[in-house]
Design a protein around this ligand. Sequence first.
Ligand SMILES: C[S@@+](CC[C@H](N)C(=O)[O-])C[C@H]1O[C@@H](n2cnc3c(N)ncnc32)[C@H](O)[C@@H]1O
Length: 329
Amino acid sequence: MKRLKMASLFAGIGGIDLGFKNAGFQPIWANEIDKYCAITFNANHKDIKLVVDDICNINGKDIPKVAVLSAGFPCQPFSIAGYRKGFEDDRGNMFFQIMRLVKEMTENNNKPRILFLENVKNLKTHDNGNTFAVIKEALEHYGYFVKAKVLNTCEYGNLPQNRERIFIIGFLNENDYNNFKWPKKIPLKNTIETIVDWNKEVPKKYLYEQDKKCYKLLHENIKEHNTIYQYRRVYVRENKNGVCPTLTANMGTGGHNVPLIYTNYNKIRKLLPIECLMLQGFPNDFIIPSELVDSRVYKQAGNAVSVNVIKRVAEKILNAIKETENANN
Ligand SMILES: C[S@@+](CC[C@H](N)C(=O)[O-])C[C@H]1O[C@@H](n2cnc3c(N)ncnc32)[C@H](O)[C@@H]1O
């Protein structure tokens, strides 16, 4: 079978694209509003056309024909009442923008066979379950059969990060829907030591030394080697289970939440931007453009997805499609 094409919305630095590529798909088109994400994206995904613009300015007719449309969209509240008035009413809501594009792609005879959505785990319980209900109903309205599941990176991605995310998949073809099976849990073989080196000498800017005002608090609490800590404004959290706490977008702001370690040479240091990217499954040669300050890269890593988890789900999607196609031949 020829490589199936995919396009991504809210592409960030292309974590979903990379996961699908690693599973055998061909990512060809992406959209992202943030110009700094675009710098990283373009440095690493030279064969994908990235349109840097607000999704509101994109027309579904501009998106090439693809089998998969993905979106790791920002989670926003929306009322069921607003939804009842019509999907396209709420211009500011990013989910409805996805649905508008699907509608326009459909009109252009280019309806994606698979819609792949990723979001925070809380989406399921958000607004007493209304948000999820609206999403499911909207996907079904457009003819998709829906499956959803929360997957933790350290259980499904063989990556030492605690990260629970919901994956929502819309299948246009009922046979694909029936054939699709979620990946199974796998043992965590990549421990934090495979990504983080406690002996590594790093530039001074990553060290917490006496000149930092939180120095005392950190030194009172950060004592163990081989553990990843998180500094949260007023306290330090030790992560006892041998994995890194969830990387978040606000790692970029003021240094808070950037995971910390106590090095073997007895200094406290932040994880490096590349270590954060690798905890998300990006390769160790992923290009970090030199014009980006660290805070931007930390934010990009926190906002991204765990590439390995995406790959495993994408492989299952591909298997489901292949089964459908084989049965048809
Ligand atoms: C949770 S991140 C997704 C990151 C991506 N999955 C990755 O692996 O890097 C959401 C992205 O949506 C982008 N975004 C937010 N509002 C947007 C808009 N109006 N149009 C296009 N992109 C937008 C943000 O800049 C951010 O990069």
